[in-house]
Design a protein around this ligand. Structure first.
Ligand SMILES: Cc1ncc(COP(=O)(O)O)c(C=O)c1O
Length: 460
């Protein structure tokens, strides 16, 4: 992170890095597009921001009416290297000019192999690894389950309260929240079992990570049986469920139990991966080395690509032809991924995420001190959140959360909500955003949540 978004070496130089509103939000062009949309786009697909995008890059998104929003969402943790990052754009253009598709299962190419090499190097652990490339986070999770079942010969999959793993049939079954993800879409895939998560804010009595893991393990052993479990699939920080950081020790205790019982430990790092939390992968914060890691979102600078990387013995347990797909590991997406992965390392974007945390968290804590509706400030790196409640209680306040997100958008700041109870505001800025934009966004957020900041005696 630099002081000034406009001078960041990775940011496209042609898009002014500031917040600027020139029309009402949404403006006339966005309103016209909304009308066209209503006639043709399925109602089940919704959008957070009421405007339509023309350009994006660095820390901003510009709409079709010329309004510029500060981007605290990165397209849900995807454009961590900045939207339309020049190196990604160049790699995509060069690859598209050579060939756009052959299907790796038909005629292979180097880019796929090179991405697998990079993921073997970057993912936790120095054991021998293999990778399969697919198109989406949900598809990666589906493949991790297939691999774990084939390798262990067992059926059961254990997931956790507040989990989100996707919208396909199997991943809907694995996802916790009914509305909007599951309601009316059953019957769901079988052999999926849910265990209690570690959610420190909402424990009736404070409980250590080790004890929370013991509680989950007791449920698994009693209700499923350790010898029936193919895999535990867990987000190291629960994402859509509310950016819930488990109590320290929870993940290592679960991983140790999995190892002792021949259960494949799958870290779903689709949202937490790729420098987002201040480490390349969130498992690293607790020294956990998963058997399999699912990845997507931040992997390719905005192009659709996802992966399962894991222990060679598990991955190679699958028979030839058992994994793959027409578009999986598209050459264009692989070219984008190679440019993106290079930037995470050369520009130390994990360090940038830690600097974003250092800039945002103190201000969020100061805000929480004068905003009784903020129950907690939490997260790691540039994956931060505040949980909103009715003051004096822990009763979730989804309406207040929605109000804040809406009013921030009206004032040119894009923030996302999440949480099982819909009461969490999450902050996922691009890792190339500068202090100037972060400070401006925080000024708006503070004003929307708590009104103007009190002035000190000297008027500052
Ligand atoms: C942890 C996690 N797993 C899986 C998914 C599904 O990814 P996708 O939307 O690419 O299918 C998501 C998406 O938000 C996620 O956060």
């Amino acid at each position: 992170m630099t002081a000034d978004s406009a001078t960041h070496p990775l940011v496209r130089p042609d898009l002014p890095q500031h917040r600027r509103l020139v029309t009402a939000v949404p403006g006339p062009r966005s309103r016209a597009l909304a009308e066209r949309r209503a006639a043709v786009v399925a109602a089940g697909v919704t959008s957070s921001l009421p405007v339509y995008v023309a350009r994006a890059g660095g820390g901003v998104v510009e709409d079709v009416d010329g309004n510029t929003f500060i981007d605290l969402g990165s397209g849900i943790a995807v454009t961590s290297v900045g939207n339309a990052a020049p190196a990604v754009v160049a790699a995509v253009a060069a690859q598209a000019a050579d060939f756009t598709h052959t299907c790796f299962m038909i005629a292979p190419y180097e880019g796929y192999v090179a991405v697998c090499e990079a993921l073997a190097r970057l993912s936790p652990g120095d054991h021998e690894k293999r990778t399969v490339l697919v198109n989406s986070g949900a598809e990666a999770v589906e493949n991790a389950v297939k691999i774990a079942r084939r390798a262990t010969g067992r059926d059961a999959v254990v997931v956790f309260d507040h989990a989100y793993h996707g919208r396909t049939n199997l991943t809907m079954a694995m996802t916790a929240k009914a509305m909007p993800y599951k309601t009316g879409f059953g019957p769901f895939a079988g052999e999926v079992y849910r265990a209690p998560a570690s959610y420190p804010l909402r424990e009736p009595v404070a409980i250590s990570g080790a004890d929370a893991a013991a509680r989950a393990i007791a449920v698994i052993e009693k209700q499923v049986g350790a010898d029936q479990v193919a895999a535990i699939v867990i987000e190291p920080i629960l994402g859509e469920g509310g950016f819930i950081v488990p109590a320290p020790g929870f993940l290592p205790a679960l991983a140790a139990w999995a190892r002792a019982n021949g259960v494949v430990f799958v870290a779903d790092e689709v949202q937490t991966g790729f420098a987002r939390t201040g480490a390349m992968f969130a498992c690293e914060h607790e020294g956990v080395v998963p058997d399999l890691v699912t990845m997507a979102k931040g992997i390719a600078g905005g192009l659709p690509l996802a992966a399962v990387t894991g222990r060679a013995d598990l991955m190679d347990a699958v028979h030839g032809g058992g994994l793959g797909g027409t578009f999986g590991g598209s050459p264009v997406a692989c070219a984008a991924a190679l440019a993106t992965l290079e930037m995470y390392e050369s520009a130390d974007l994990a360090g940038a995420a830690r600097r974003i945390e250092a800039r945002l968290v103190p201000r969020l804590l100061t805000l929480a001190a004068r905003a009784p509706q903020i129950a907690e400030v939490r997260g790691r790196g540039a994956m931060l959140a505040i949980e909103l409640v009715h003051p004096g209680t822990l009763e979730p306040d989804a309406a207040e959360t929605a109000r804040i997100a809406r009013e921030c958008a009206q004032r040119g700041v894009l923030v996302l909500t999440c949480g099982t109870f819909g009461n969490v505001l999450r902050f996922l800025p691009p890792l190339v955003i500068g202090d100037d934009l972060l400070d401006d966004a925080l000024d708006v957020l503070e004003d929307v949540i708590a009104g103007p900041a009190p002035t000190t005696a000297d008027g500052s």
